[in-house]
Design a protein around this ligand. Structure first.
Ligand code: ARG
Length: 281
């Protein structure tokens, strides 16, 4: 008689496991589009701040409902882009690499985020070179994918490796619409990404194909609504509601899409991930 061993559920159903996260966010109290530092921004076109606040609140509530912890940093008047918290720092194992912004309009945000981390008991290191935090430094398991080409200085990559103690993989962005790495790559879990190959130069595409053979390849239409500006917890993927094709592709791969409409914040060139800085302690 042959005995049949029960198979682990996860292997048969492809069940994905969420890990509780700790995020830092900034209410868009002073959000407006009054300068243009990326192709999404059109000063002069109307922005509805109350709507931005309501949409942002829905994002915050989504994280809370998924069981994540959300801390808030006080918004500073005169810093309309401070809502894009991802750019404020990069945190790995409780080690914080401070940000340094490319554009003078955002320069003062670096100090505000530094002060928040210091007050919370995290020492902040650096930076010597321009790096726009998790906008360009994406932690995937043990490695940090590091974008350059528009914002982050390639010299910041070695600095990030030294401060964070992780291998850093440089990737060159080539399409100005996808000016930050987190507009071209979504981290789904510790081993899987979704990405838009067209946003990278040929060498970087090869690197990503070799490292992530199981990656979800996004369609242009989804990337064009910043669909890849998404936040994964291992199971759920919080992504722009407009990225319906990507949501379907993720569902097929066993992830649970959690769509949120951040149309007002898209006018500044950001989506869910831009508004979310992960605090990894
Ligand atoms: N207006 C901001 C800028 O151009 C948007 C930042 C979006 N953040 C991000 N992580 N991609 O700098």
């Amino acid at each position: 008689m042959t005995s049949v061993l029960p198979r682990p559920v996860a292997a048969t159903t492809g069940e994905r496991i969420a890990r509780p996260r700790h995020y830092l966010m900034c209410r868009p109290e002073h959000f407006e589009v009054r300068y243009a530092i990326n192709p999404w921004m059109r000063p002069g076109e109307p922005v509805d701040r109350d709507r931005a606040l309501a949409q942002w609140e829905e994002l915050r509530q989504t994280y809370v409902d998924l069981g994540h912890r959300v801390d808030l940093i006080d918004p500073v008047p005169g810093l309309p882009d401070m809502v894009y918290a991802a750019n404020g720092a990069t945190v790995v194992d409780g080690k914080v690499l401070g940000a340094r912004f490319r554009h003078p309009e955002r320069a003062a945000e670096a100090g505000a985020y530094r002060a928040w981390f210091e007050a919370a008991g995290y020492p902040v290191v650096g930076p010597e070179f321009v790096n726009e935090g998790e906008g360009d430094l994406l932690v995937v398991g043990d490695v940090v994918l590091a974008g350059h080409g528009f914002r982050t200085d390639p010299r910041a990559h070695a600095e990030a490796a030294a401060v964070l103690g992780r291998e850093v993989v440089p990737l060159r962005l080539v399409d100005p619409r996808f000016y930050h790495l987190d507009t071209a790559i979504a981290v789904l879990d510790d081993a899987t990404i979704a990405w838009l190959p067209e946003a990278f130069d040929a060498a970087s595409r090869e690197v990503l194909r070799a490292r992530f053979p199981d990656a979800v390849v996004a369609e242009q239409a989804d990337a064009a609504v910043l669909g890849l500006n998404a936040v994964g917890d291992g199971r759920h993927v919080v992504l722009p509601a407009q990225a319906t094709g990507l949501a379907a592709a993720l569902r097929e791969r066993g992830y649970e899409p959690a769509p949120v409409d951040l149309s007002e914040l898209l006018k500044g060139g950001g989506g869910p991930k831009c508004c979310t800085l992960e605090v990894r302690s």
